[in-house]
Design a protein around this ligand. Sequence first.
Ligand code: WT7
Length: 567
Amino acid sequence: MSNIGSYEERCKDSNWSIAKRELSYKEGGRLNIGYYCSDRNCELGLGNKIALIWESFSGEVKKYTFQDLKIYSNSFAHLLKEKLGLKNGERIVIFMDKIPELYFSFLGILKMGGIVVPLFSAFGEESLLTRLQDCKASAVLTTRKLVPRIRKIKDKLPDLRHVVVMSEDEDIPVKEREMAFSFGQAPRIKSFECYPSTPETPSVLHYTSGTTGQPKGALHVHSSILSQYLTTKWVLDLRPDDIYWCTADPGWVTGTSYGIIGPWSLGITQVVLDGGFIPEKWYGLIQKHKITVWYSAPTAIRMLMKAGKEIVKKYDLSSLRHLCSVGEPLNPEAVIWSEEAYGLPFHDTWWQTETGCILISNYPGMEIKPGSMGKPFPGIKAAVLSHDFEPITKENKPGLLALRPPWPSMFRTYWNNPTGYESKFKNGWYITGDRSSIDEDGYFWFMGRDDDVINVAGHLVGPFEIESVLLEHQAVAESAAIGKPDPINMEVVKAFVALKPGFESSDELELEIMNFIRKKLSSIAMPQEIEFVDSLPKTRSGKIMRRVLRAQERGEPIGDISTLEND
Ligand code: WT7
């Protein structure tokens, strides 16, 4: 562990000034993530080093150097600022599959001072509309394949001035407020004067689901790079010669913090696979590109376990050196299985969209307790609190997982929702919404969420979002959505639906409603099961008690239902 030092040593003297020093950041100076991830690496002599190895689902491979990253991100910055007249602080949405343009434009938006809003390419029109309306996006960067979904909602978005459609050829037919853009055909911009952002200039706006209301936009700032740099170096243990693969999509925070900013702030080569999960494809990718460090998620690991150890033997995975996981609880069996199958354990890491960087982890070199999330990152203070927000000192007693702010990548607010932001802080602690316990050795153990948010394969889905769209269906009178335990995906969505008079429950109607949600929201939010009921349990004030449905579903005690209306 000579590269990073032991956990204990690091805890003695860790602070973010180490990241500032290593990134040559001078207090009071400019700090632009776009510059750090591309231009700076060129200045350090890494211009010819491969930054991105991109592979399409069909197996086509393209490689780009840090010099390419610099030039192509400049092309995007130039387009947005000079051609489209977009200004710093405007929200610019990226709605694409994991194509190279996604990565170049992400850095390009940051270079010209815009706020990047990455949205998952599987989102349907309703998911898009709520987010685009909330942040009043000025521009959307998308592709020919995805632009029809934007066209459907464009009329409801008066602030949306430009839709840029990625295309090999700029000569494609486009509609009003649209233009085609090909980074291959665009002028090569050798140098672009980055927006003079400072540590507190907004950078990325990531939408995440809460228990109430529509998704919330967690706003990050340029200094987040300090946290992302140091945690990438110390937890993911990335070293100059590594070939790194983060399986996450940049529509979610793992895909930006550790699929763009962290690795490129360190000048590391990374692999991107634009395609879904197929075990042979994944192992083939590791073998072909000699991947050394792999950051993935428990659902993927469980699917690989299901595919079995025999198939692992068909591939040469000897390049692998370090494995990490995030997004959901990592079962102890998965840690043990990966040790048997790959000769390496997965290191669990814990964090959130709001925290912007890994805060609890199985630090390299530290003894892994399978099933535990590990210990707080050096310098981070984490605790488990009682319901009156006081730290619980008793070992192994569950409580609310809380963190003591600040750190550079902590979110600065929820967009348009300062009250929601304030409500996350109590007695100087940031309340994460998770429950955890701490054992006698200081290891944290995840116990579950403290709210109604559903975790589908590491993606949070808000029940309110689903229920709102369910109500748009002509047959639905009332609805509730909960997470149902699932052996592979951790949870899947189950919906309870009371029908309007005149509608009969049937398998066809169940399928129709499922597809309605998939199209309007996404496949992640689609209920895997719909139970038709006569009515839903509610409090006297009319709030649906998802807690009761969840307990019933899991065969657990229902708890205090004294406020139930119909009991
Ligand atoms: C929520 C945050 C930031 C990474 C991707 C998710 C759950 C995250 C773990 C873990 C158990 C975990 C928590 C957390 N979660 N990591 N190692 N063990 N649960 O970001 O979408 O903001 O979700 O994911 O419930 O609060 P997110």
